[in-house]
Write a protein that binds this ligand. Structure first.
Ligand SMILES: Cc1ncc(COP(=O)(O)O)c(C=O)c1O
Length: 375
């Protein structure tokens, strides 16, 4: 499924709709692989561990598993899905800093021993449930301007990193590195650069204290384009990161990352139909067959804004798009510039592969959009 030329794209969408109906969540394998290739090209020193939480659809996991990536897992279910696909434990990092004891035991039983932590309590829990674990301390870093702020909930104070690593040794664990997350859809390259500087100080201090750290985990947060007018910030971000990695960290430091959005976001297309129409307060309202409780749940959980596309041309007017449920909260956008639409018209969103379908609900008995995979 290629975007160009537009006529061909329109035909592909129309064919899919004819065959499967709507709403449809299309996952494009070629885009998944393009993004992975791009990641390797732009960040040659960094080994990606795909953040399964971004989209855990089996097709995506299978595609990345076959391509040899690592995976960032957050729960028993995520570990289980990968184990079922034959992904070995050495390809997983358990990077949810808050872990259930039974999930730690599951990790131990399946030889998954690399994990992050950000508090003394979690360290004690790991020592109890996963005594031989290799641990990375996750530190709190600037999340300035990131669409999803993560430092609010996660990350140890940087000055606690060394005491925590020393405590890890005392508890019989193996401290191996430091991790951070600059916040998701990070458009502020300085967040990465400041974080790398901060971690390099921790690495130097650890070296002085004879704690041999070997892994630097630069987390996720790599941005994608949602709107035509936006710049491609990933390439620019990556080039700055490369320079800083080479300046601050010796070659024997293994650098890994937990990219989610940047690997799966551009691979998703959501295709919907107008199923209802009205004029309210002199404004056209279109009710679509997917909404905020479905694959557009990223509007809420991911604080995301999407570009809504149609095939129709005409004089545009400010319109409201709403979802199919009986809740007034299910309003997608109150200010879209669109020509007049009719019931049955198609409306679609590109670059919606991450934090979207994966957080859809069954509210009002309306199931999440059907997933279709294409090359
Ligand atoms: C621990 C952790 N790693 C990685 C990710 C993936 O981040 P992104 O999708 O911004 O690359 C997240 C996202 O919330 C996360 O919490």
């Amino acid at each position: 499924m290629t975007k160009k030329p537009r006529k061909e794209f329109k035909k592909q969408i129309s064919d899919l709709v004819r065959k499967h109906g709507t709403p449809l969540f299309v996952i494009r394998k070629s885009k998944l692989l393009d993004q992975l290739k791009r990641f390797h090209t732009l960040l040659p020193r960094v080994k990606p561990f795909y953040a399964v939480k971004a989209n855990s659809h089996a097709f995506i996991l299978k595609t990345f598993a076959a391509a040899g990536t690592g995976f960032d897992v957050a729960s028993i279910e995520e570990m289980r899905m990968l184990i079922d696909l034959g992904v070995g434990p050495e390809r997983m990092i358990y990077a949810n800093t808050v872990k259930k004891p039974e999930a730690l035991k599951f990790a131990v039983d399946n030889k998954i021993d690399l994990m992050t932590f950000d508090s003394e309590y979690e360290l004690n829990k790991i020592a109890q449930c996963a005594p031989n674990a290799r641990v990375l301390v996750r530190i709190k870093v600037p999340n300035v301007g990131s669409i999803v702020e993560l430092s609010l909930k996660f990350g140890a104070e940087p000055m606690d990193a060394i005491p925590f690593l020393i405590k890890a040794i005392r508890l019989g664990l193996r401290p191996v590195g430091v991790s951070f997350h600059v916040g998701s859809q990070n458009t502020h390259v300085a967040n990465y650069l400041d974080s790398l500087e901060l971690v390099s100080i921790i690495f130097k201090d650890a070296h002085l204290k004879q704690i041999p750290l070997e892994i630097l985990d630069i987390g996720g947060g790599f941005p994608i384009r949602y709107f035509d007018h936006e710049k491609d910030l990933f390439a620019m971000t990556a080039s700055h990161i490369n320079k800083e990695l080479n300046r601050l960290f010796p070659r024997d430091v293994q650098v890994i990352a937990e990219p989610g959005r940047v690997l799966c976001g551009p691979a998703g297309v959501l295709i919907m139909k107008v199923v209802g129409k009205s004029i309210r307060n002199n404004k056209h309202w279109y009710y679509l067959d997917d909404g905020v409780y479905g694959s557009l749940s990223g509007i809420v959980y991911d604080h995301c804004k999407y570009q809504y596309r149609i095939f129709k041309r005409g004089i545009t007017q400010i319109t409201t798009l709403a979802g199919p449920t009986c809740d007034s909260f299910d309003i997608i956008s109150t200010s879209e510039e669109l020509p007049e639409l009719d019931i049955g018209d198609i409306i679609y969103v590109e670059n919606i592969g991450a934090y979207s379908w994966v957080t859809a609900t069954n509210f009002n008995g309306i199931p999440p959009a059907q997933v279709v995979t294409v090359d």
